[in-house]
Design a protein around this ligand. Sequence first.
Ligand SMILES: *Cc1c(COP(=O)(O)O)cnc(C)c1O
Length: 353
Amino acid sequence: MKNSWVNQAIAIIEADYQRSADTHLIKLDIPSLAGIDIYLKDESTHPTGSLKHRLARSLFLYALCNGWINERTSVIESSSGSTAVSEAYFARLLGLPFIAVMPRSTAKKKVQQIEFYGGRCHFVDHSSEIYAESERLATELDGHYMDQFTYAERATDWRGNNNIANSIFEQMAKEPHPIPQWIVMSPGTGGTSATIGRYIRYQQLETQLCVVDPENSVFFDYFTQGDSKITSTKGSKIEGIGRPRAEPSFIPGVIDHMEKIDDTASIATMYWLEQLIGRKAGPSTGTNLYGVLMLASKMHAEGRKGSLVTLLCDSGERYLDTYYNNEWIDSNIGDLQAYQKSLENLSQTGQLL
Ligand SMILES: *Cc1c(COP(=O)(O)O)cnc(C)c1O
């Protein structure tokens, strides 16, 4: 039979998908924002713990259908961790060797999980080195460099097919404001915001897409100034998002608005969310939610009602020794007090300070 290994590999991934459930949409309870409803799509409940489970599945299917992977292919990926965890899962499902090229600073829990799924971790000192090192390894091993930063936007089915945007709008159907005023997302590859933005256009919806960028990332500068060659020498301190170059999967034309979010705001919001839902989320969820709260605070001031949706990208349990460790925060992120006061004010009055 033609390409029988490839056929089997696709069937294995499709069966895994068939066994999977969709992720929940969590509604926040914030009495000070009466009439403004905020929702989090909880991507931490995928088998590999983050929204990258969707991406890894799509990247493997794309590579298989393109004839880029066969039963002897070593799969190599450049990653800040989450994608590599999810790809290690799918590589093991297919019986393929997997190597993750990551910054040395990547959360230990992610490294352990990659190794748990049988993957190997290959470290570089700076996040800007992961691309060239992945290419070098792929050539040396005659393997395939998956390259999430290039292929995320095109490997994902943006018209529908149960993608994340499709799922959000279906889950919103019975809410008081079923069509969100805003969807807010932070970019790592930019693939998720590209998928959501394209879906909104394609469905001709009124929803606007706001993308929130952390410190030391160039996506915001690229969006506002249009220079795709812009680079940063410092890496993002918010794991999973913010890049030192404008990644090819980041599509500025589908974005309505962008905000730059201070790292101290992201972390203060991550803690604020824990108080609200009794669960720990990762730092990029703090970035997302702070962006939502900025927009909601403005809507509140203008007396408008409506809904806003963002993503809970991964769980905070991965970051107990870093973002949930006060000493680490003191020396790596800084003083959170100003934003904690601002968030407290929002809880009381519906307004950020
Ligand atoms: C990848 C990632 C993001 C950003 O998603 P993209 O689709 O790559 O832009 C946000 N948060 C976490 C934890 C991630 O791993």
